[in-house]
Design a protein around this ligand. Structure first.
Ligand code: PLP
Length: 392
């Protein structure tokens, strides 16, 4: 049979064709009026996509670059910071903050769990900065950003949120909630390749950046702010990726009938629907959800006892060209992760669930045909009738 490659991984995600085309055409010098116009438009659109009045800056880096910038710019060595950690990306915050000499209080809950606000409230209030994920990609878990933000009201603790897979899959109102820094990455819901990170920065956070003493050079956000107001960057920008991002944001605006915020909401609804289809399907074929608070960005599905997920991942790839994610680190072999962030539609979702019926059926020796698909079809119909969801 023909073999197409299908990415179902939570980054990189499938590439939007219009973005791929824009990249191929982007033979442009960055110190020109044309590029300044492109970057300025991208930054203005990103503010709408993120949903903030705060500055949004773009960096030539993977998502972790913006995470590092959020430690380097807002802390001084010896600062007491709190990390809410429930997976591999939470652990990354701890590693970063330690690397910059912060005194790190890591509040952790087991993989697959989320935080009890009552239990963490005493741990966050006196911190200089609180670091967390909106969605922990390694476990498929959504955390309560709004709840944590509310715990911090009235204090001068900064809240920094890694929303790298949260953006475009989760509803936020970050200015109303008081999120100081929110981070996104290009290879996730915005449907373009890896290489760009972006982050919103509140006025409070800018003030902190002035007094912060941690070392910074490439990721000095003050330099980027000065340059980016004028459509420039402090260093050579990833020009082709900026062109791709502009095209992707145009695509979302068109999907929202000319309104980018509506297009973003449509993208979120899409993730909600495809995630719900997948959750119902994996349960119907005898898998369980790894997370107690499943995110719409990615579904982490645990196979029945005795089955190693690595074998399932291999079968998906070899027989269906489908690249699904295994568990990360200690979770390897324990779960299959299916992404819903970005350019995934109904047909992609039905396709991967059809393949899952084969893959898991072979591994378990059970007849699963129709089980996952029936559950997914019902979930789709229910979601489309639900009053929350307005799909263009
Ligand atoms: C993908 C991802 C990152 C960024 O990882 P990079 O490899 O640096 O792009 C950070 N946090 C979360 C939650 C992610 O899913």
């Amino acid at each position: 049979m023909l073999r197409k490659i299908w990415l179902f991984t939570p980054g990189p995600t499938p590439l939007l064709p219009a973005a791929a085309q824009a990249m191929a055409m982007a033979d442009v010098h960055h110190r020109t009026a044309d590029f300044r116009k492109l970057l300025s438009r991208c930054l203005a659109d990103l503010k709408i996509f993120v949903g903030t009045q705060n500055d949004v800056l773009l960096l030539a880096a993977s998502g972790t670059g913006a995470m590092e910038a959020s430690v380097a710019n807002f802390t001084s060595p010896g600062d007491k910071v709190t990390v809410l950690s429930a997976g591999k990306f939470g652990e990354r915050w701890t590693g970063l903050a330690k690397a910059y000499g912060c005194e790190v209080n890591t509040v952790s809950v087991p993989y697959g769990k989320t935080f009890d606000l009552n239990a963490v409230s005493g741990q966050v209030k006196d911190a200089r900065v609180v670091y967390m994920q909106a969605t922990e990609t390694s476990t498929g878990t959504m955390h309560d950003v709004r709840g944590v933000a509310e715990l911090l009201h009235g204090g001068d603790t900064l809240l920094v949120v890694d929303a790298i897979t949260g953006l475009g899959t989760t509803r936020f109102d970050i200015d109303a909630w008081g999120v100081d820094v929110l981070i996104g990455g290009s290879q996730k819901a915005v449907m373009i390749p890896p290489g760009l990170a972006y982050l919103s920065v509140s006025e409070r956070a800018w003030q902190r950046a002035e007094s912060a003493k941690s070392p910074r050079y490439y990721f000095d956000l003050r330099k980027e702010r000065k340059a980016q107001v004028n459509g420039e960057t402090a260093f050579t920008p990833a020009t082709s990726l900026v062109a791709a991002l502009a095209a992707a944001l145009d695509y979302l605006r068109a999907a929202g009938g000319g309104d980018l915020a509506a297009g973003r909401d449509n993208l979120i609804s899409n993730a909600e629907i495809t995630a719900e289809m997948t959750r119902e399907a994996v349960k119907a074929v005898g898998m369980t959800l790894f997370s107690e608070a499943p995110a719409n960005a990615v579904t982490a599905a645990v196979p029945p006892a005795g089955i190693d997920s690595s074998a399932l991942v291999k079968d998906f790839r070899e027989n269906f060209g489908a690249v699904v994610a295994n568990g990360q680190g200690e979770m390897k072999g324990k779960m299959v992760r299916f992404a819903h962030l970005g350019y995934f539609d109904y047909l992609d979702t039905i396709g991967i669930i059809g393949a899952l019926e084969h893959v898991l059926g072979r591994a378990t020796g059970k007849e699963l045909f129709g089980k996952g698909l029936t559950a997914a079809q019902s979930a789709y119909r229910k979601m489309r009738q639900g009053d929350r969801v307005a799909v263009a």
